[in-house]
Design a protein around this ligand. Sequence first.
Ligand code: ZN
Length: 55
Amino acid sequence: MVRTKIKYSDGNDYSSLKINSHLHPEYDECVCCGSNELTITGQADICHDCGYVYT
Ligand SMILES: [Zn+2]
């Protein structure tokens, strides 16, 4: 599926990061839009649907 380029809320480009929220069931939904297309990192949780980045 082609993902349209979205703007991430902290201004960085995370579009190349892989979705790994399935490995982190405690973080499996974006608090902003409810998407489960998230990348969880040590620094931030990144939603690839709405672009919300939360730390
Ligand atoms: Zn979201």
